[in-house]
Ligand binder design. Structure first.
Ligand code: SF4
Length: 88
């Protein structure tokens, strides 16, 4: 049984299929600006090694699905002090 997030109602553990469906929905939205593929891969790499990530997809600071948030040009990492996406 898969529990659901009390805040957003999403399943806590998303399958690859769930995530791909969400990404496709975002790509289909009009007016949404996306980052280039290389920036997406870089951001996602940061998230996947971050201690704030749970279930392989959820940022515990903002509750977002990082595979989706990392796509968005206006998406920001909410890490306190300084965005981990901006650190090098
Ligand atoms: S704090 Fe930033 S780097 Fe860490 S999981 Fe959340 S969005 Fe990703």
């Amino acid at each position: 049984m898969n529990r659901k997030c009390k805040r957003c109602g999403l399943k806590t553990v998303l399958s690859e299929e769930d995530i791909e469906k969400m990404k496709a929905e975002v790509r289909a939205m009009r007016g949404v600006r996306l980052v280039p593929d290389d920036e997406y891969v870089r951001r996602l790499g940061v998230c996947l090694s971050c201690e704030k990530l749970e279930y392989g997809s959820t940022c515990t600071l903002c509750g977002c699905v990082v595979q989706v948030r990392a796509m968005l040009r206006d998406g920001r990492c909410p890490y306190p002090g300084k965005s981990k996406w901006e650190m090098e």
